[in-house]
Design a protein around this ligand. Structure first.
Ligand code: SF4
Length: 663
């Protein structure tokens, strides 16, 4: 007679099994008025190991549990304990729940395993029965239904027109965002922030007598009140300057988009909203210009960090941090590296194959050192030993320890950042070059990316090459990753200008220390770069270097100037001339007139050789200290040079952070 019990009655005249006979006696003793019919419907079955009884549960509840279990097992690979599920079913039966959403007993449980199971079953089952069409009608959206993470809560917007406008904007915006299978993205965060800004606008509008419910009644004064409110919040420290700027931008974006979508038309939710209820570009405060220093870590700090790498207990996390230091990739790019991310170029040089998810550029190839390649190979061997049966295409280089039976799930950026922070906090104090304690809060995963850029910029890697290494589409973005102060740049120009030569190798004497501001400006506008110096020919300068009247015969041109910072380029150019001459002499498949025309002239070779000797002599005459200063100045100057013109180039070696392990 107990709905959930399948055991035989104890006595042929009785109606219960032995256990339920006993239980009924006890509950009736405690509560003589207890309804026996209800007790029969709600009483739990006698527990049996390995068995969970759904008998007595509503059919919809059973379907929801099965669906939730299936998703939890398939998608997350999670093991569900039968004891936890049995306890949950007993509670659902006891409360005679019609659907899982009716369950209200979670607060009484402190067991994390039980809570996680209930949460997963309820979430997965509700998602399986939801669709974007049903979700947009709610005030709280589960973004998983739209392919993203988290929830979107519109309930903080009290004005019906604004809430509907926000929903329509979000429904319009979400499909245009990128999704990544099985990975978290920041889309939910971004859209949530827009809605948060609208909640602030809603709060400001509630101060009106009509509580901001009537769109046609709103105007410029109401928007000004909102802007004043943001200003007040910043002045009291309740909102940062960035938050204020972002709030202005995001409210402006939503309102502009709403108008473009026709939501202010007579039939729209914001019908009658005046054109003056808007945020103009001038209303947005100026973004503060941040000066130096950048976010890169000094070389000595990186060296100290590298000596403490063995303190990271997890192999995957340690490898992730090492790869971040070596390659300068973003944390999510490191975490998502596939097992076969190591490749070789035609000449055998190792390259890292990764995906730039931020810009949606897949299978990028980054040159790496042999030390980094060895690090990756060792990790590959560990992963293969751990997952010998998983196909390679499914494996991750850094598989997570949690719910990962076949190695197809990678560690997350969040967990890598968590372990990295824990490690940095536990290592001894970091000391800067002057002995001062270095602020550990500045040691974040993203700082390695800035350090990578700065390290290569300091080593003289031209900015156009650095842009490719960083996989940026714009040079301006790359420039934000490394810094050379104006003072340092001016000092470098002063030093190097003192060692400037004309085409004959004659020193162009100038009192470099007294270079006027106008001279610095002239260097920026009155010269264009040529392969191993600068050109001051006015027509060519005006044309940005593309209109040389003498077919780029710079070594024989009076408009040409060079300095010590071009010495490596001059050497490379001379080598190139000599190589070309020898190659043409040996060639048999070319007519004599063509050979003569293509062969570099002896005069040009002699001129370049003399130029190199003169410039080198100038360096030899310097004291050791002057030489050090000039070397530093040359490195600074070369860092800002982006002329290509097909010339071969040399560059100094990168600093050695840990023996043989630089990228
Ligand atoms: S040849 Fe003379 S004018 Fe032409 S690019 Fe060289 S320096 Fe300028």
């Amino acid at each position: 007679m107990v709905a959930a019990c399948r055991r035989p009655r104890r006595h042929h005249e009785g109606v219960y099994c032995g256990a339920h006979q006993q239980r009924w006696r006890e509950v009736r003793r405690e509560d003589p008025k207890l309804s026996e019919a209800r007790w029969r419907r709600t009483e739990a079955p006698v527990s049996c190991a390995g068995e969970v009884s759904f008998v007595g549960l509503a059919p919809l509840v059973v379907a929801e549990i099965l669906l939730g279990l299936q998703q939890r097992c398939r998608l997350a690979g999670t093991v569900t304990k039968d004891a936890s599920l049995r306890a949950f079913c007993n509670e659902l039966r006891a409360m005679q729940a019609k659907r899982l959403a009716d369950y209200r007993g979670l607060d009484a449980h402190s067991d994390q395993v039980f809570r996680a199971m209930v949460h997963a079953l309820m979430t997965e089952s509700s998602r399986a029965m939801a669709s974007p069409e049903t979700e947009v009608g709610k005030d709280v959206w589960d973004l998983a239904v739209f392919g993203h993470n988290g929830t979107l809560d519109f309930s903080g917007i009290s004005q019906r027109w604004l809430r509907e406008t926000a929903k329509r904007w979000a429904a319009d915006d979400l499909p245009r965002r990128r999704v990544r299978a099985g990975r978290r993205s920041s889309v939910g965060l971004n859209v949530r922030h827009h809605i948060g800004c609208l909640v602030r606008l809603s709060q400001a509008l509630r101060r009106r007598p009509d509580r901001g419910e009537v769109p046609p009644a709103l105007g410029r004064a109401d928007m000004e009140a909102f802007l004043h409110r943001l200003s007040y919040l910043e002045s009291t420290g309740k909102a940062s300057g960035d938050a204020r700027i972002r709030a202005c931008r995001e409210v402006r974006a939503v309102l502009n988009r709403a108008r473009a979508m026709g939501l202010t038309r007579p039939s729209g939710p914001a019908a009658g909203l005046g054109e003056d209820f808007a945020i103009h570009r001038d209303d947005i405060p100026e973004t503060p210009q941040r000066g130096e220093p950048g976010r890169d870590l000094p070389t000595e700090i990186l060296r100290q960090l590298c000596t403490h790498l063995p303190a990271i207990a997890s192999t995957e996390m340690r490898t992730g941090v090492e790869l971040a230091i070596d390659t300068g990739r973003r944390p999510e790019e490191i975490c998502d590296l596939p097992y076969d991310c190591l490749a070789r170029d035609d000449d055998g040089s190792p390259v890292l194959v990764y995906s730039n998810f931020k810009a949606n550029r897949l299978d990028r190839r980054l040159p790496i050192s042999e030390a980094t390649a060895t690090l990756i190979s060792a990790q590959q061997q560990r992963v293969r030993a751990r997952y010998p049966h998983t196909p390679i295409r499914d494996l991750k280089l850094l598989p997570t320890d949690r719910r990962n039976p076949d190695g197809a799930r990678a560690i997350t950026g969040f967990s890598l950042a968590f372990h990295h922070r824990k490690w940095v906090d536990n290592i001894p104090e970091l000391r800067a070059a002057d002995g001062a304690e270095f602020d550990k809060r500045l040691v974040v995963l993203y700082a390695y990316r800035h350090s990578y850029a700065q390290r290569h910029a300091d080593a003289g890697v031209p900015i156009d090459v650095l842009r490719q290494l960083m996989d940026h589409s714009k040079l301006d973005t790359t420039k934000q990753y490394y810094h050379v102060g104006e003072a340092r740049r001016r000092e470098a120009v002063d030093r190097v200008a003192a060692m400037q030569f004309d085409r004959h190798g004659n020193r162009v004497w100038r009192d470099a220390k007294a270079l006027l501001d106008s001279e610095h400006a002239r260097r920026a506008v009155g010269e264009v770069a040529v392969p191993y110096g600068v050109c001051a020919e006015p027509t060519n300068v005006k044309a940005g270097g593309g209109a040389c009247p003498y077919r780029f015969r710079c070594a024989g041109c009076d408009h040409f100037r060079t300095d010590v910072s071009y010495l490596p380029d001059l050497h490379a150019y001379l080598d190139d001339l000599l190589r070309t001459r020898e190659r043409l002499r040996a060639a048999t498949d070319i007519d004599d007139w063509a050979r003569t025309d293509a062969t570099p002239s002896t005069q040009e070779i002699t001129r370049i050789r003399r130029l190199i000797n003169r410039v080198s002599d100038g360096l030899d005459q310097l004291t050791a200290e002057e030489r050090t200063h000039i070397d530093t100045a040359i490195a600074t100057m070369r860092r800002h040079r982006a002329v290509m013109l097909g010339m071969p180039r040399t560059r100094p070696v990168l600093p050695d952070l840990r023996a043989g392990a630089t990228a």
